[in-house]
Design a protein around this ligand. Structure first.
Ligand SMILES: Cc1cc2nc3c(=O)[nH]c(=O)nc-3n(C[C@H](O)[C@H](O)[C@H](O)COP(=O)(O)OP(=O)(O)OC[C@H]3O[C@@H](n4cnc5c(N)ncnc54)[C@H](O)[C@@H]3O)c2cc1C
Length: 281
């Protein structure tokens, strides 16, 4: 069992990881080795103390060098589910379970809007995890909505199982398969009462289906952790960055505005200190 699991490799998760390492805590850190697209994509950053004219890409390189110098490892996995199990947490990442005494949520904010019907039909034909639920759709007709090329191997995995796959990537994709139809149309609504029945597209076309997989690089906090308290669309925290769930801390954009690097870094630091104090108690 780990002392802590950190979810997210942006500035908030980075600051939490550096501070937990300083305190010699045993933790696993989920995200991507590129750290954060929101840092890489900033043309010029003028409000990061000590770096008056830095580009986002340069800042990201500095962040990478910092974690390399501290021998901090990133586990390149996407967390799809978190369960509170009494006095510890179970985290599902790429279909593998990890356990920790505490959690730090640093997932940023999600840009993608949920589809109409997605929330209602989650677990009833809507899935966020190909490896967890793919086998339920053997020989069936499914749609896959994907916003990150890193999930394309999961599209191929699903195509091996399903009879027919309608694939909706938000990027140029060259995935091929006899049973894969790539569409540039935009999915708008998932219909069904007790289970998924169809997907309605922007063009008005309606496809009858058995299941819809939404493979996105972020999941809303309420889907990730049942029971987490949300205020104004963000995770509610106290001054120690602790959420309503004991031992579960949050930091960065996911706790609210302003969406800024220095706020994320500061909150990551406070969350890590909260974890250290919690473990000591
Ligand atoms: C183009 C652009 C320019 C900007 N310029 C500035 C600026 O000049 N100054 C400034 O202060 N701010 C700027 N910002 C805002 C700043 O980027 C954000 O406030 C900051 O990145 C937030 O950090 P974070 O760690 O909370 O989240 P993020 O940087 O969004 O990082 C979150 C990380 O968590 C990962 N993640 C999410 N869900 C999961 C999951 N389930 N499992 C595993 N990993 C997961 C994501 O892949 C991502 O790597 C800019 C943003 C953009 C988009």
């Amino acid at each position: 069992m780990y002392d802590c699991i950190i979810i997210g490799t942006g500035p908030a998760g980075l600051s939490a990881a550096i501070n937990l390492k300083t305190y010699n805590k045993d933790f696993v850190w989920f995200g991507t080795k590129n750290l954060s697209n929101k840092v890489i994509k900033a043309e010029k950053v003028v409000n990061y103390p000590g770096f008056p004219e830095v580009t986002g890409a340069e800042l990201n390189d500095r962040f990478k060098a910092h974690i390399e110098s501290q021998n901090i490892e990133i586990t390149e996995k996407t967390v799809t589910n978190v369960m509170a199990a009494g006095d510890y947490y179970m985290v599902l990442a790429d279909n593998e379970i990890y356990e920790a005494k505490t959690l730090i949520l640093a997932m940023g904010v999600m840009a993608a809007r949920l589809l109409d019907g997605e929330e209602k039909l989650l677990g009833r034909g809507v899935s966020y995890c190909a490896t967890c639920d793919g086998r339920l759709y053997q020989g069936k007709k499914i749609a896959v909505i994907c916003n990150d090329p890193k999930f394309e191997h999961e599209v191929l995995y699903l195509a091996d199982l399903a009879a027919e796959v309608y694939y909706f990537p938000t990027f140029e994709s060259d995935v091929k398969g006899d049973n894969i139809t790539i569409s540039k149309d935009a999915p708008m609504k998932i219909t069904g009462e007790s289970k998924v029945e169809s997907l309605v597209l922007r063009s008005g076309e309606e496809i009858c289906l058995d299941g819809v997989f939404c493979l996105r690089n972020a999941i809303t906090p309420t889907h990730l952790i049942p029971g987490i308290q949300i205020e104004d669309g963000h995770i509610a925290v106290d001054r120690k960055m602790e959420t309503n769930l004991k031992g579960c801390f949050a930091c960065g954009d996911c706790t609210g505005r302003p969406y800024q690097y220095t706020k994320a870094v500061g909150e990551g630091n406070v969350a890590a200190h909260g974890v250290v104090e919690f473990l000591a108690e």
